[in-house]
Every structure is written in C-alpha cells, then in structure tokens.
Unconditional design. Structure first.
Length: 351
C-alpha cells in the first residue's frame, strides 16, 4: 500500500515507544521513566470535581487557566507559555513550523530522545545527528556549524542522564541562526535549569512536561516557555483545541501543588543515589544522573541478556539496540521497595 503515502512516510520506520503492559499486570515497570508516586491529591480532587459543563463545551484554545498556574509557579509571564498534548505535541509543532527539506534542517546531539528523528522524518526535513563525545561533552562547534532551523537539546538528556552546562547553551543561543529548543522533560529531578535563557534570547524555547515530575504521563500535558514572538508561529500551526478540558483543570491543580511534587522528587533523588551506590557495588558502571533514571553498564552479563532475564521475571527496563548503547540499560528509579525488588532480581541472576 506504499502508493498511498508520501515517500517520506514510506521511508521512515516510525517511533517505537517503551513497552506499555496492561494496567494491573504484575509487572515492575522501570522502562518509561514514569514517576512511581501517584499524582497530587489536589490534582485528583480537581478531576473528581470537574463540572460537566466543561466537557460539554470546547476547551479554551490557549488553556489560559493552566498558563496562569505556570506563571504563578515558575514566575514567567502567562503569555510566554504555550500548552500541548504532552511535550511531544510541542516538539511536533516546533518542527512543523520551522523545518523542511535540506535547507531548514533539524539538528541534535546523539544519543538523545529518539522522537526527534521521527518528527524530522515526518516533516521530510533533514536530521543532522551530531555525536556526543564518550564523556557526553556537548559537540558545540559541530552543532553550530550544522546551522539548524531547529536545534534540539534535551537537558537533562535521555538516556545519558547528564545536564548540558548553561554556559554552553548560552553560546548555542548566541551563535545559532535558528531556534534553540531546550527539552527539560527531566528538569524536576535536576540541580539546575537554563530557563532564564528565554528572557535573554528570543530564539530560545524551553519545553517541559507533567509526565515525569508530576506523575501525570497519562494526562498528556506539556508546556513551553518562550518570548511571545517565537510562540506566535507555533500558535498558527497548533490544533485549535490541542489540550482538553480535563487536562487543563487537572494540570493547573498539579502545577500549583509544588510542595507535593517537590516531596516526591526528593524521595526519587534519594533513591537514585542509593540505587546507584548499590549497582556500583555489584560492579556496574553507573553514569551520574540528574533525572529519574540511571544509565548503567552491567557487569558479569551482557546488557541485552540481563534485559531479557529481568523481563522474564516481570521487571521491565529499557534496552536500546543501537551502537554506543547496546552494552547499557536505562533503568527508571522506582520507590525504595521497587528498587529493592530490582536489586534482588539482579543479585539472583548474576549470583
Ligand atoms: C518523556 C520525554 C518527553 C515527552 O514528554 P510528554 O510530555 O509525555 O510527551 C519529551 N522529551 C524527553 C527527553 C522525554 O524523555
């Protein structure tokens, strides 16, 4: 049926998300970086008390209630915020608005979030992939030389877990001809944020999500912060009602409850240190992480074998069958108890 599709669609492979087992199955799911704690009780209360009138009518196309909540929580002007159906939606908008063919290419360092490539492929735009150094130093000069219409930097990055220094992001913002998109999906678990760059540079956009820090991956809600002149192009491209009324109400309550989010994040950060120490004691190489996952190289077993063995014990972690990553696993930080279960299983398998 290839004749039905554009050549670019025939040529692409399509994004493959982490496995999503049925809810209620007895699987310890440490493969998609979901938060192990429930969403804020205030967010759940907002869900329960939602007025039916809000579902009868179309939602606010600009999700202003949520933008105001972001403004209050993060101290940015409400009209510097755009809201999306997950930050994936915002990445999609950005690439649709800015990239096409070979002349307006999408640029990013590798390895990183695999969706960037998929979105560039859908858009029939060239994706220039610039390898990170082995120690995950940013290939700054090569990124500048690639002169992207959109340059995407995930920081903290997945699957490496590292943060790109703010000084290097500032240099990129200064020297790039196009947009610098900083994907901060994991910022809630990090020590630093380059968010202030959006005030310094009108070509910088910072993307965030409620999927990781706020335990709301199922809600599908992300947002981005940038100068309104940058946002204006994205508003033209987005679906009118790209965020539903439930997400707006629940998301606003969640982001207003910073105390609850910070409490969950503190537990995950503590557990992150503990799990890293334990795995290092087992001989694993563990990369320093500013996220809610660890990138590790197992000792005494091939990464793929260990992934399969854990899976057969109902523990899912992420294995990437690609050069540079195929000797490593990415493991989401769970609760203390879940991490203990994981360590027990690894101990059992590796003796
Ligand atoms: C999880 C993730 C996202 C996607 O977040 P959603 O808001 O759930 O779409 C974006 N970027 C990176 C790097 C991620 O890991």
């Amino acid at each position: 049926m290839t004749r039905l599709f554009r050549p670019a669609v025939n040529a692409m492979r399509g994004y493959v998300p982490g496995e999503q087992p049925k809810p209620g199955s007895p699987i310890l799911k440490l493969n998609s970086n979901e938060n192990p704690y429930p969403p804020s009780p205030k967010a759940m209360a907002a869900l329960r008390s939602l007025d039916s009138e809000r579902l009868r009518r179309y939602p606010d196309p600009f999700a202003r209630e949520f933008c105001q909540a972001v403004s209050d929580a993060l101290d940015v002007p409400a009209d510097w915020v755009i809201v999306g159906n997950g930050s994936d939606d915002l990445l999609n908008l950005l690439i649709r608005a800015c990239a096409e063919d070979d002349t307006r290419q999408v640029v990013y360092p590798m390895p990183t979030y695999v969706l960037y490539r998929t979105l560039a492929e859908i858009q029939s735009s060239r994706a220039a992939e610039v390898p990170y150094a082995d120690d995950f130093r940013l290939p700054l000069e090569a990124l500048v030389a690639a002169a992207g219409a959109v340059t995407l930097i995930a920081t903290p990055n997945s699957p490496s877990g590292h943060c790109v220094p703010i000084a290097e992001l500032r240099q990129l913002a200064q020297r790039l001809p196009g947009i610098l998109a900083i994907d901060e999906a994991y910022v809630d678990f990090a020590d630093q944020t380059p968010l202030a760059l959006v005030r310094e540079f009108d070509n910088v956009i910072v993307l965030r999500t409620l999927s990781k820090g706020y335990s709301l991956a199922g809600l599908r809600l992300g947002f981005a912060i940038a100068n309104p002149s940058l946002l204006s192009g994205l508003f033209k491209v987005k679906d009118s009602y790209n965020v539903d009324a439930v997400a707006i109400a629940v998301g606003a309550a969640a982001i207003r409850d910073q105390a609850y989010k910070n409490h969950c994040v503190a537990q995950i950060r503590t557990a992150r240190t503990q799990l890293a120490t334990t795995l290092e004691q087992l001989g694993f190489t563990v990369w320093p992480s500013q996220t809610n996952f660890l990138l590790v190289r197992p000792a005494g077993a091939k990464a793929e074998t260990l992934y399969q063995q854990l899976k057969s014990q109902n523990i899912l972690v992420r294995y990437f069958n690609q050069p540079g990553l195929d000797d490593k696993l990415r493991i989401t930080i769970g609760t203390g108890e879940q991490n203990h279960t994981l360590v027990q299983a690894i101990n059992g398998l590796l003796g």
